[in-house]
Design a protein around this ligand. Structure first.
Ligand code: CTP
Ligand code: MG
Length: 233
């Protein structure tokens, strides 16, 4: 019998301006193999039958383009983005129309996320309440002062870099956001808000290919990853 696989919804924050990539078009709408980055991010989730809803937080100026990315897919919901990533996701939580067991949050700017990774995060979140993909650090990490002098070398075996999709039992994520709003806390990811509740978060092995488009050259890298992954004839 296959392992139990719960239903999930995904919130895709897609309302950033992509200032580090630059240009007039936010990175989530740049073409990747002929389709916008967001198109690929939506499909990574919508093609899984356990996915009951895809919520996209968009800048209203780009709503029509975002809706084209989700055209033909059932259970799409669009909400307005906020000034910070966390506000965009908070709007997504308010806009949810389903009550799935698990909610995933995934950067729209990570179009190469694999089915393997989504599956592992959903299953680990169902088992532990909260789970995120993370990667070990390849280089030695230094803490520096304001003048650029090294203050300390941090043992890197204790460190991981966090990716998305981050997965949570629905009520846990809602509690974390309610707590953050009440205490005016702004986190850089969703896990950090759950951590502040004192709830453990489980790590699953992230993927190098699950890159976040951040700088101009990353679009080309993402394209190479998707081409490589396409089934060969
Ligand atoms: N995001 C969002 N709302 C914001 C800011 C960011 O929905 N107010 C989204 C982005 O669209 C992206 C994800 O959060 O999919 C991760 O953010 P990041 O990589 O920082 O994207 P940007 O903020 O757009 O880029 P930059 O920081 O270079 O301006
Ligand atoms: Mg940003």
């Amino acid at each position: 019998m296959p392992p139990f696989f719960p239903s999930f919804a995904v919130i895709l924050p897609a309302a950033g301006s992509g200032s580090r990539v630059g240009g007039n078009v936010p990175k989530q709408y740049l073409p990747l193999l002929g389709k916008p980055v967001l198109w690929h991010s939506i499909r990574a989730f919508s093609q899984m039958e356990e996915c009951v809803e895809v919520v996209v937080a968009v800048n209203p100026e780009w709503q029509a383009v975002a809706e084209e990315c989700g055209a033909g897919i059932e259970r799409m919901t669009y909400v307005a983005g906020g000034t910070e990533r966390q506000h965009s996701i908070a709007n997504g939580l308010l806009g949810l129309r389903t009550t799935p067991e698990i909610i995933l949050v995934h950067d729209a700017a990570r179009p190469c996320v694999s089915r393997r990774l989504i599956t592992q995060v959903v299953q680990s979140a169902a088992a532990h309440g909260a789970a995120i993909p993370a990667l070990p650090i390849a280089e030695t990490v230094k803490r520096v002062d304001a003048n650029g002098a090294i203050v300390a070398t941090i043992p890197r075996h204790e460190l991981r870099t966090a990716q998305t999709p981050q997965g949570f039992r629905r009520q846990l994520l809602l509690s974390a956001y309610a707590h953050a709003t009440l205490h005016n806390i702004l986190g850089t990811d969703d896990s950090s808000l759950v951590e502040l509740l004192g709830h453990p978060v489980q790590i699953v092995e992230g993927e190098l290919a699950n890159l976040k488009i951040t700088y101009p050259d990353d679009v080309r890298k993402a394209e190479a990853i998707l081409v490589e992954r396409k089934p060969h004839p």
